[in-house]
Design a binder for this molecule. Structure first.
Ligand SMILES: Nc1nc2c(ncn2[C@@H]2O[C@H](COP(=O)(O)OP(=O)(O)OP(=O)(O)O)[C@@H](O)[C@H]2O)c(=O)[nH]1
Ligand SMILES: [Mg+2]
Length: 426
C-alpha cells in the first residue's frame, strides 16, 4: 500500500486555494489508484525551480516529513521534467511521481477491453520513452567497468530500441482494431450519432445506462470507463440514434494518452452532436468545463455541435447555485440521472435538434396499396395523414436518407405521387 504525500506549487497566496482544490482532486486520483493520502502540502513560490521544481528548503522539509510519517510516495500535482523528478527523488529519499504518471497508472489498472489495454500500454511506453532522453549513464544497468567499455550498444540504447519496436507493434495492432470498428459501423452509418463527453465522474455512464437501457460500469472512482460503448436509442417513435459513452477527461490528461486513445475518441470526433455533461455539484465546475473544451480541441472535436448538460441536480441544495449556472450558461439542460428529473427536457432538446436536420415529403398513394402506405409510414414521423376518394395522403418528416430510400422504392408504382414540401414553420 502506498502512503502518499501530495504536493503542489502556487505562484501566489491567492492561487493557493486553486491549488488546494486541485490537490483534493489529486487525492481522489490517489485513492482511485489504491493509495492512502497522508498529507497535502502547497508551497507558495513565484517561480518553478528548473532543477528541483520546488525550493530546496521545501524539498528538504518534504524529506523529513516522509521519514516521520512513514510516507513512501510523493505525488506532484503538475507535470515534472525527468530531471526534476530524479533530483527530487534524491532530495526526498522516496519515489516521486507526477500527476501524469498517476493517471497512467489508473488507466493501466482500469483497462478491461483488449483495445483499451493496447492504448494504455502505448501511452505508457511513449511516456517512458520521453523520460529516457538524456539519462544515458543512469539507465545503463550494466554500469561501468571491465567488459562494458568501448563502443557497442549501451543498455539505454537496447531499452530504446525495444521500446520503439513494441510501440510500432502496438500502433499496428491498434490500426487493425480501428479498421474493424470502421467496418462494423458502416452498416448503421446514417443514424445520427450523439456522444456523451465530460470530465471524469460527471455521470456519463449513469445517464448512458438510463437512456440506452445499457449496463456499463458506474463507479465513484475516477476513470471507470476507458472504452467507447455505443448503443441504439429510440428517442422517439420516429427517431433512432446511436448513443456513445466514452472515456472522461481531466486536468493535465497526459498527451500520450490522448494520442493513443485516438481510435476510442474517434466516436467523439465523428459524432453529429456532443452532450457535454458537467457535474453541477463539483466545486471546480467552471474549471472542469474549461478543461473539457480544451481537451475536445486537442482531440480534434472542437467543430462538433455541443449541448451543455448539468448533471446530479438532485445534489444541488441551494437555488442560488442553480440560478448562477442558468445565467452563466444559458441554454444548458439540467438533469439528474438518479431521480430522472430533467430527462424529458433533454429528450425534447435532442428531438428538436435532430428534426431540424430532417426533410418533409408528401406522398399520395392508392388506398388499396396498404403495403406501400406502411412502408412510407415507417420512413419517419407522420406529420399528417388523410384519406379521400380511395387515396391516402401522407406528409412525412424524416432523415433525407430514409425519405430518399422510400421515394426511390415507390418510383414506378402506378398511382403513386410524391412531392417535396417545405418544413412547416421556422
Ligand atoms: N447524486 C447523483 N449521483 C450521480 C448522478 N449521476 C451519477 N452519479 C454518481 O456519480 C458517480 C460517477 O458516475 P459515472 O456514471 O460512473 O460517471 P462517469 O462520467 O461515467 O465517470 P468516468 O467513466 O469515471 O469518467 C457514481 O458514483 C454515480 O452513482 C446523479 O444524477 N445524481
Ligand atoms: Mg463512465
Amino acid at each position: 500500500m502506498s502512503r502518499a504525500l501530495l504536493v503542489g506549487l502556487a505562484s501566489s497566496n491567492r492561487e493557493r486555494w486553486v491549488r488546494a482544490d486541485s490537490l483534493d482532486e489529486l487525492g481522489a486520483l490517489t485513492r482511485t489508484a489504491g493509495g492512502e493520502v497522508v498529507e497535502k502540502l502547497v508551497q507558495v513560490r513565484d517561480r518553478i525551480d528548473p532543477a528541483l521544481y520546488f525550493g530546496r528548503g521545501f524539498a528538504r522539509r518534504l524529506g523529513e516529513l516522509c521519514f516521520e510519517a512513514a510516507v513512501n510516495l510523493v505525488i506532484v500535482d503538475e507535470p515534472l521534467s525527468p530531471t526534476q523528478q530524479r533530483n527530487l527523488e534524491r532530495e526526498v529519499g522516496v519515489r516521486v511521481i507526477d500527476r501524469s504518471a498517476l493517471i497512467l497508472d489508473i488507466f493501466a489498472v482500469h483497462a478491461r477491453t483488449a483495445e483499451a489495454r493496447l492504448q494504455v500500454e502505448l501511452a505508457q511506453l511513449e511516456y517512458r520513452q520521453s523520460r529516457l532522453v538524456g539519462t544515458r549513464e543512469e539507465l545503463s544497468r550494466l554500469g561501468g567497468g571491465i567488459g562494458t567499455r568501448g563502443p557497442g550498444e549501451t543498455q539505454l540504447e537496447v531499452d530504446r530500441r525495444r521500446i520503439r519496436q513494441r510501440i510500432t507493434a502496438l500502433r499496428r495492432g491498434l490500426e487493425k482494431v480501428a479498421r474493424e470498428r470502421a467496418v462494423q459501423c458502416r452498416g448503421r452509418s446514417h443514424l445520427p450519432r450523439v456522444a456523451l463527453v465530460g470530465y471524469t465522474n460527471a455521470g456519463k455512464s449513469t445517464l448512458f445506462n438510463r437512456l440506452a437501457r445499457a449496463r456499463v460500469l458506474v463507479s465513484d472512482r475516477l476513470f471507470a470507463t476507458l472504452d467507447a460503448n455505443t448503443r441504439p436509442w429510440q428517442i422517439a417513435d420516429h427517431i433512432r440514434l446511436l448513443l456513445t459513452d466514452t472515456v472522461g477527461f481531466i486536468r493535465h490528461l497526459p498527451h500520450e494518452l490522448i494520442a493513443s486513445f485516438r481510435a476510442t475518441l474517434a466516436e467523439v470526433r465523428d459524432a453529429d452532436l456532443l452532450l457535454h455533461l458537467a457535474d453541477a455539484t463539483n466545486p471546480r465546475l467552471d474549471a472542469t468545463i474549461d478543461v473539457v473544451h480544451d481537451t475536445l480541441e486537442e482531440v480534434g472535436a472542437s467543430g462538433v455541435h455541443r449541448q451543455l448538460v448539468f448533471t446530479k441536480t438532485d445534489g444541488l441544495f441551494d437555488d442560488a447555485g442553480r440560478a448562477r449556472l442558468e445565467r452563466l450558461y444559458s441554454g444548458a439542460v439540467f438533469l439528474s440521472a438518479l431521480t430522472g428529473e430533467g430527462i424529458e427536457d433533454l429528450k425534447r432538446e435532442l428531438v428538436e435538434r435532430i428534426e431540424s436536420g430532417m426533410i418533409a415529403c408528401r406522398f399520395s398513394l392508392p388506398a388499396e396499396r396498404q403495403d406501400l402506405v406502411h412502408r412510407v409510414r415507417r420512413s419517419g414521423r407522420v406529420l399528417s395523414e388523410a384519406g379521400s376518394g380511395g387515396r391516402v395522403q401522407l406528409t412525412m418528416l424524416g432523415f433525407p436518407e430514409d425519405i430518399g430510400r422510400v421515394r426511390s422504392q415507390l418510383v414506378g408504382f402506378v398511382g403513386v405521387r410524391v412531392s417535396d414540401r417545405p418544413l412547416p414553420g421556422p
